[in-house]
Design a protein around this ligand. Structure first.
Ligand SMILES: NC(=O)c1ccc[n+]([C@@H]2O[C@H](COP(=O)([O-])OP(=O)(O)OC[C@H]3O[C@@H](n4cnc5c(N)ncnc54)[C@H](O)[C@@H]3O)[C@@H](O)[C@H]2O)c1
Length: 287
């Protein structure tokens, strides 16, 4: 086949995947820059963010300028192979089905949305009906491969997340709680419960609880403790899994993203690595 448009090919005549981006904030911007610099072998062709300013700021940072679509529906219908959601749980709720219906694969960062059973079912059915794939990168934690491997033998799965209070500000939980994040002098447990409720109360803070429940024993059995500690400058996740297989203990101390303290640097790097795996033609290391 003659190659007429070299923009869709890499130097070795492999067709590059076309990516659409939903959400032009901290993660979206880093992903776009990774594609633009060639770190991810793909083309970023379309972006959308309901803040036009954010879309324009992102595009201004790129050499290869993607189209800014007028709305998420047009992004879903644009000629791309894969859409990367790096926006919010609402963005997943409102757009996942239409993206799959438009026959695009989907990478989801706002994984908490999938602990809503109705959304989860819609996404699972959408994948089957339209023969598309949904990718959930490991995000801000390590060891998800091992949790998946032992899921049938798990007796308990717990997550303790510790963040600086400034990373928790604005969460829905504080609309009804009397806890004052500004007056803390030491670590305070602000939430203890099921993963399902944690992602509703802290939608932008605890996506890792959703990833763990989806990989492991479900949201009702995944116990989550959230600690606010004014003395820490890290987002720390401690995971303990126990069962017939033995015990797994994982601790990840994440540096927060400079542009969004709620988001860990590792979450962005994990998304970039997941895209490299999807878009590249290399040996895949790890499960
Ligand atoms: N999976 C993980 O481990 C993990 C880790 C960190 C963050 N996250 C999640 O990834 C998402 C992006 O994180 P971020 O740090 O880039 O956030 P951010 O706030 O820096 O950027 C999000 C961007 O999306 C836009 N947006 C929000 N809702 C939208 C919608 N419905 N339609 C269009 N645009 C919308 C916002 O205007 C903003 O520009 C968040 O939901 C966050 O909770 C997941």
């Amino acid at each position: 086949m003659p190659i007429t448009d070299l923009t869709w090919y890499d130097g070795k005549r492999n067709i590059l995947k076309r990516i659409g981006l939903l959400g032009c904030g901290a993660i979206g911007t880093e992903i776009a820059i990774a594609v633009d610099s060639g770190k991810i072998p793909a083309k970023l062709t379309h972006v959308f963010d309901f803040s036009k300013e954010s879309s324009e700021l992102l595009v201004s940072k790129l050499k290869n300028k993607p189209v800014i679509t007028e709305n998420a529906g047009l992004l879903a219908a644009s000629p791309v192979d894969l859409i990367v959601e790096a926006a919010s749980q609402d963005a997943v709720r409102d757009n996942a089905l239409s993206i799959l219906q438009n026959r695009k694969d989907l990478m989801i960062m706002s994984v908490g949305a999938l602990l809503d059973e109705s959304i989860f079912d819609i996404v699972v059915e959408g994948c089957k009906d339209f023969n598309k794939r949904v990718y959930l990168p490991s995000g801000a934690i390590a060891g998800l491969d091992a949790i998946r491997a032992v899921k049938d033998e798990l007796d308990s799965l717990t997550l303790v997340t510790t963040k600086n209070p400034r990373a928790l500000k604005g969460a829905k939980f504080f609309e009804t709680s009397k806890i004052n994040l500004d007056s803390m002098t030491g670590p305070v447990v602000i939430y203890e419960g099921e993963a399902h409720d944690a992602v509703k109360m802290f939608p932008a803070n605890i996506n890792v609880a959703a990833l763990l429940s989806l990989a492991g024993i479900g949201s009702a059995k995944t116990r989550v403790k959230l600690v606010a500690d004014p003395q820490t400058d890290k987002n720390t996740h401690e995971i303990e899994a126990r069962g017939k297989f033995g015990k797994i203990s994982i601790k990840v101390e994440n540096v927060p993203s400079p542009s969004n303290p709620k988001t860990s640097r590792l979450a962005t790097l994990s998304a970039i690595e997941c895209l490299r795996k999807i878009c590249g033609s290399e040996i895949n290391v790890g499960t």
